[in-house]
Design a protein around this ligand. Structure first.
Ligand SMILES: C[S@@+](CC[C@H](N)C(=O)[O-])C[C@H]1O[C@@H](n2cnc3c(N)ncnc32)[C@H](O)[C@@H]1O
Length: 270
């Protein structure tokens, strides 16, 4: 593992909710604290479908990774990895291409504490975990270089990450800087929450999270589309996540066609 030193319990802030741990709670995991569950329950009062949304998002990551591995991608840089939940990205990629090399990256010490599960890959491939913040793209790329060959195509996945990065922190610019370091034939994979479909609930959720110290920067379809400037979108283009190549996975229990106030897309760097 690269980046900061292994975490200690003292580094994990249990006084305020954290996105990684709330997401773990939505997914039915055990690596969360009462403060995360409390905020998660408040989100459910605004929209009881949140746990289904979390699973639909995770299922999009599985299908996008499957599509990429089937289309020849052998290197993956996954930023905003989250607490391990099987199957993890490397298990999907290496299930198709055992020689796939995967670098995971997150800024939350709880993910570092559980990173061992992200490092059990195939003998032919490689997995690495890096603790770094996406708002520091140079640190992410420096760490990634230790395992990935950045002269060869890389799939950069930013799945359910960018809505935690504000415009003030330069969300669009940091994506541009990460992609600038990757060669032609690389891919960008993004899912992102939006207020486009449920403006009132979304505003209430954003306000509650902000009061608890969590940034939620919901973006419109137009703002989401700008992450892909200069790239070639893979068919079917920008979609709500469950409609992106549904044939590559199983439907999520509880999913219906209306559930996801978010967008997902995959695009290739020409
Ligand atoms: C909702 S989880 C998504 C996990 C996984 N990508 C998925 O979609 O299943 C968002 C993750 O982004 C991480 N994150 C938030 N802000 C970040 C930042 N500035 N740099 C790196 N990771 C960040 C959180 O710690 C959390 O693990």
């Amino acid at each position: 593992m690269t980046g900061q030193n292994p975490t200690s319990a003292a580094q994990i802030d249990t006084t305020r909710p954290h996105p990684a741990r709330m997401y773990d709670w939505y997914l039915g995991g055990k690596d969360n604290y009462p403060v995360d569950e409390e905020m998660g329950r408040q989100m459910l009062t605004l929209d009881p479908r949140v746990p289904v949304m979390a699973r639909v998002n995770r299922a999009f990551m599985h299908r996008a990774t499957r599509w990429l591995a089937q289309n020849g991608v052998r290197q993956f840089l996954d930023v905003g990895t989250g607490i391990p939940t099987e199957p993890n990205l490397h298990q999907v990629a290496q299930g198709i291409a055992p020689d796939a090399r995967v670098v995971y990256c997150d800024n939350d010490p709880i993910v570092l504490a559980h990173a061992a599960a992200l490092l059990r890959g195939t003998d032919e491939g490689a997995t690495e975990y890096l603790q770094a913040d996406v708002r520091d793209p140079d640190a992410v790329l420096e760490g990634a270089k230790k395992v990935l060959d950045l002269t060869r195509p890389v799939a950069l996945s930013l799945v359910a990450l960018l809505h935690f990065v504000s415009d003030e922190d330069g969300a669009h610019d940091l994506v541009r800087r990460l992609l600038a370091a990757l060669p032609s034939g690389s891919y960008l994979v993004v899912t992102h929450a939006t207020a486009d479909f449920t403006p009132e609930e979304s505003k209430a959720a954003t306000d509650k999270l902000r009061a608890a110290g969590v940034t939620l920067a919901l973006r419109s379809r137009e703002e989401f589309t700008r992450f892909f400037d200069g790239l070639d979108l893979v068919e079917p283009g920008i979609e709500v996540p469950h409609r992106w190549h549904p044939e590559l996975g199983e439907p999520v229990p509880g999913q219906d066609d209306g559930v996801i106030p978010g967008y997902g897309a995959v695009a290739r760097k020409p």
